[in-house]
Design a protein around this ligand. Sequence first.
Ligand code: ARG
Length: 278
Amino acid sequence: MKMKGKFLFGFAILFVIGFLSACGTGGDNNDDSQNADGNGQKETLIIGTDAAFAPFEYLDKGEIVGFDVDFIDAVMTEAGYDYEIKNVGWDPLFPSVENGDVDFGLSAISITDDRMETYDFSVPYFESRLLIMVPEGSNIQSAEDLEGKLVGVQNGTTGQTAVEKILGENNENIKKYETTAVAIMAMQNGDVEAVVTDNTVAEEYVSNNPNEKFEVIEDPENFAPEYYGLMFKKGSDLKAELDEAINAVLDSGKYAEIYEEYFGYEPDVEALKEAAQE
Ligand code: ARG
């Protein structure tokens, strides 16, 4: 009896303490103010990109738009940050992340072992694969067929690395362009016979520009799946925070909504989650 009384009394005290602290002004658990300063102003993150990679990031009447942009908007809302996207360009993006000019890179950036030596990446948010874009009727039907051909790539991309693996690192037939858009233009001009780039970008270009008469060649034997991630400076505190926000956006159905808007079918969120464990 006595014990029970003490127990109940202790319980009552805990309850009162809990109640008082819930009423207090100290703990503000409102999500929106998570990353706010004392005045309730949200912190603004600077995000770097190369906006010449439709449908992920590209310019529409001077505005940066695309899947990545809508995706990051959902992530930033979730994490409670304001943000500004800067079109710094692909090659400059890497040093910009490293020296802190931007808080992170968002640019359909594939997570690679090589890049992971210098940068931290978020959990994956998109699965991609390389493809070969060629003029219709080309005799290039596989990655091996690129041998002896003039091949365009965007400088410093996984497309370049993949072509180097096939043709050799210093092969002069590999033509490197500042943007993927310019590499494709070079193929229109007949300067290169193929362009190796991310499947979604190639497929979208080919179907939106039927009169240019390009086609895509898949080669899953040579091109393994790649995963896009946000790219941070090594050791950035933002990684853990934004991973959490990305996972929330993946889980809430918001990701699927944006994905379907762009691609017209459901994403495989489970596969992304599995890739995150690897
Ligand atoms: N996913 C490829 C890579 O990481 C190409 C990305 C190019 N992105 C861009 N916005 N230009 O190398």
